[in-house]
Design a protein around this ligand. Structure first.
Ligand SMILES: CC(C)(COP(=O)(O)OP(=O)(O)OC[C@H]1O[C@@H](n2cnc3c(N)ncnc32)[C@H](O)[C@@H]1OP(=O)(O)O)[C@@H](O)C(=O)NCCC(=O)NCCS
Length: 419
């Protein structure tokens, strides 16, 4: 289908770093370095000259205070001329989906022909903040006119002011954490612990299969550490081949210890990683001799009251995206559904089923999902676009769907088409 202005936007290629559980193999790496690593390899694998790229856009959810615009740092790689503009955006867990959509819009509008969209997150490297009182005292001390005045200001510091503040994975509007929201959705939608664990096991089993047969590793740039002797990280390290329903059943719920059902096994883990996707107008792809993996047919975003079911907005985003694409749920040949928590996946599927849509698990997350693969917030969207596009090509599927829930009660959906 021709896009806006008759311009179609092609997904030409995508890569990512291995996704690594926070605090493990990538714990000393900054998000910007992950983003640059993935992008350099994307250029390398596609043999694209950096001069051809019009703009770079990256998503990140928990930025470093020292490198707040990682998009620009990516565009300052030596492979690019310094004149390529770049920015960084935040649409929570759908950030790199938004990066891909924003790049799509620029290409469709005719403002760009070739763009790189990606995302990165280093949850091992979150900014730890000083207390507000300590920050105020430090600012006051910096304005002091004499040494005596400065010392007097510092004398106001109390031990409790020195306690650092870590950002919480919680809604600013309601104070509810993501995990608590997942717990609430399990209860309100009557999703059992057994069903959640079954979905989590499915995620690990399919991701392990996709890793063993090379489909997942094909999109991964092996991570060569700069530390001498460190092993090369070739695959996602959260995927478990050693788990079972019995083992999962032994775990205590995390977010409601007494009556809950959401555990470490049926939640996505905190993860480090980056992804990068190469997008082109179909004309540019043709002129440069690239064979697109897929084309972006439509996308849509929806939001719900965060005080309701925080991770249920995909059930509103998906119908919008399908309508904009002019297709129906039954036309879809593959679906990538972001797995923040199994209770959210099953709640989303319940919401889709309530529309009379048939849920065919054989086409959903065919190589597992974020529960097993991991979820570096800003990077997951790029992974989903890449994984889906590659599998659409392998199976020659015409229509694929991406569905993502995100903080703030937001939902994101995108329809890709093969031809
Ligand atoms: C759920 C959460 C708190 C768990 O964190 P954690 O306790 O550090 O998790 P771990 O990986 O250490 O797992 C805890 C235990 O469960 C075990 N476990 C985890 N997954 C398992 C599985 N699939 N099978 C068997 N055991 C498993 C671990 O081996 C570990 O056991 P141990 O304590 O004996 O070592 C954390 O992953 C989290 O916050 N996730 C949600 C992230 C989020 O909110 N994302 C936003 C989505 S929008």
């Amino acid at each position: 289908m021709p896009g806006l202005n008759g311009r179609r936007v092609a997904v030409v290629a995508g890569v990512r770093t291995p996704f690594s559980k926070a605090g493990t193999s990538l714990k000393d790496v900054r998000a910007v370095d992950l983003a640059r690593y993935a992008t350099r390899e994307l250029l390398e694998r596609t043999n694209l000259d950096g001069d051809e790229v019009d703009e770079v856009v990256f998503g990140q959810v928990v930025p470093s205070a020292l490198v707040p615009n990682i998009g620009r740092e990516v565009s300052l790689l030596p492979q690019f001329p310094k004149e390529i503009p770049a920015y960084t955006l935040n649409r929570a867990c759908a950030s790199s989906n938004q990066a891909v959509s924003s790049a799509h819009d620029q290409i469709a509008l005719g403002n760009a022909n070739i763009m790189i969209a990606g995302g990165a997150e280093a949850l091992s490297d979150i900014p730890i903040l000083a207390s507000r009182r300590l920050a105020d005292i430090l600012v006051e001390a910096s304005k002091a006119r004499s040494l005596g005045a400065r010392v007097k200001t510092f004398a106001k510091i109390r031990p409790r002011d020195l306690v650092p503040v870590a950002p919480a994975i919680a809604e600013p509007s309601t104070g509810e954490s993501m995990g608590q929201s997942a717990e609430k959705m399990a209860k309100e939608n009557h999703i059992s612990r057994e069903d959640q664990d079954r979905w989590a096991l499915r995620s690990h089993t399919l991701a392990a299969k996709g890793t063993a047969d090379g489909r997942l590793t094909a999109e991964i740039v092996p991570w060569l550490s700069s530390k001498p002797g460190a092993p090369v990280l070739q695959q996602d390290n959260g995927i478990r081949t050693d788990t079972s329903l019995e083992q999962m059943a032994k775990l205590k719920p995390v977010f409601d210890r007494r009556y809950g059902s959401v555990t470490a096994a049926n939640s996505s883990p905190l993860t480090d990683g980056a992804s990068a996707v190469l997008l082109m107008s179909s004309e540019a792809a043709q002129a440069l001799g690239y064979e697109p993996l897929s084309y972006i047919r439509s996308y849509a975003v929806a939001a719900v009251d965060p005080g309701w079911q925080l991770l249920q907005a995909p059930i509103f985003a998906v119908p919008k995206a399908l309508e904009r694409a002019g297709i129906q749920w039954k036309d879809l040949g593959l679906i990538e559904l972001h797995e923040a928590f199994a209770s959210q996946v099953l709640s989303n599927l319940q919401g889709f089923a309530a529309k009379g849509w048939e849920i065919n698990e054989d086409i959903i997350n065919v190589m597992g999902g974020s529960i097993a693969i991991g979820h570096p917030f800003g990077a997951t969207g790029g992974r989903l676009v890449t994984t889906l596009s590659n599998e659409m090509k392998r199976r020659d599927v015409q229509y694929g769907l991406i569905s993502v829930c995100a903080q703030g009660g937001m939902g994101f959906a995108m329809v890709l088409e093969r031809r």
